[in-house]
Design a binder for this molecule. Structure first.
Ligand SMILES: C=C(O[C@H]1C=CC=C(C(=O)O)[C@@H]1O)C(=O)O
Length: 350
């Protein structure tokens, strides 16, 4: 596979960069980090800056909202798929997940909480070098054409690979798009393409996201079109999705800070769920369940929820996955759902 040598050099030298491919496109964009990465103090300042934005799940922790900047280079995805295959060992952390599940379940039983998203981050042992992360990116683009795929590195955040199905906010002028995505089944299950065949738990979980998002959009502007819920494929998984197009004169940062974190990654009511996650979940989410994407590049922005992602560290990577819990959730079904989500990441290495 032949790629621009400059891109390979920047990646192997550990400089800041962002590489991304929008859903259903074949062009990749590379921001070369020629300008220093900038810390964004407040989302309200997003209107007049341009670059690739990364923002963590919680801004109360150590992770910062950062803007990766520089020249924007484009290249077409190579069509000959001679991809890298790598051996890995997945560490099992089921006992800490089960303990977290118990804590979250009792919060759902005892209080006003209706939904909460529980996440885990198993460690995958792999022997890799920085340059190979670029090959994982290309393989992820090939495996997941409908998803937003991105690889970014900064000295503050480390290196993250993301192949997410979930749009948080797209903007062009005063026209915005977003989606309510939740509920998970395998694409191999019977009748999964028929929304009527989805069980009450999955539908309720997605409905809470849709109600929350449409409430915010009605507050910030006017919904001009909505479609769904309908089953939407992401790799081997199917989710329920409702799409929204809306008009607003509010700044992008204002809408983002109202939407994030949605009940698709946090819960409902939002503040109660957020406080429980920050105090009770045993993992540090870092950039998982935050958002990332191009901001004001060619007058357009496309911010996606940082899901189906892994953070590369020495000797391997952490893979992140979560799922929405309701009162009636079952620990072993929820565990299986996170395993399926982690499978999407393992496929990139296999
Ligand atoms: C929180 C994740 O997925 C969200 C998006 C789609 C389906 C979800 C679910 O079924 O729980 C989650 O809300 C994740 O992939 O880690």
């Amino acid at each position: 596979m032949k790629l621009d040598k400059d891109i390979e050099n920047i990646i192997s030298q550990g400089k800041d960069f962002a590489l991304y491919r929008l859903p259903l496109q074949t062009t990749c964009h590379f921001i070369d980090g020629q300008k220093p990465t900038k810390e964004v103090q407040s989302l309200s300042r997003l209107c007049d800056i341009e670059g690739f934005l990364i923002s963590p799940f919680s801004t109360d922790g150590c992770e910062k909202t950062l803007l990766i900047r520089g020249n924007n280079l484009c290249f077409e995805l190579p069509t000959n798929g001679d991809y890298l295959h790598i051996d890995y060992h997945l560490n099992n952390e089921k006992s800490s997940y089960t303990e977290d599940f118990e804590r979250f379940s009792s919060a759902l039983r005892d209080g006003d909480l209706k939904k909460i998203v529980l996440a885990r981050k198993p460690f995958i042992q792999i022997d890799y070098n920085a340059n190979e992360t670029l090959h994982f990116f290309l393989k992820a683009c090939n495996l997941y054409p409908r998803n937003f795929v991105t690889l970014w590195h900064t000295s503050l955040s480390g290196t993250w690979l993301v192949a997410t199905p979930e749009l948080l906010l797209e903007q062009e002028g005063n026209t915005f798009r977003t989606m309510a995505l939740a509920g998970t089944r395998s694409i191999h299950e019977k009748d999964v393409v028929d929304v009527e065949s989805w069980d009450a738990k999955n539908r309720h979980e997605q409905q809470m996201v849709a109600d929350y998002i449409s409430g915010i959009l009605n507050d910030k502007g006017t919904i001009v079109e909505s479609a769904g819920p309908y089953p939407s494929q992401s790799g081997e998984l199917m989710h329920l999705r409702t799409d929204y197009t809306f008009n607003s004169t509010s700044p992008v940062g204002d809408i983002l800070s109202s939407l994030h974190p949605t009940p698709a990654v946090c819960g409902f009511p939002k503040q109660i769920a957020y406080d429980k996650i920050v105090s009770l979940e045993s993992i540090d989410r870092e950039y998982y369940a935050g958002f990332c994407g191009p901001l004001n590049i060619n007058k357009r922005s496309g911010l996606y929820v940082t899901l189906r992602c892994m953070k590369f560290v020495q000797g391997g990577a952490y893979a992140y996955a979560g799922g929405g819990l309701l009162k009636e959730s079952n620990a072993s079904e929820e565990w299986t759902e996170t395993c399926r989500k982690i499978e999407t990441l393992l496929k990139i290495l296999e």
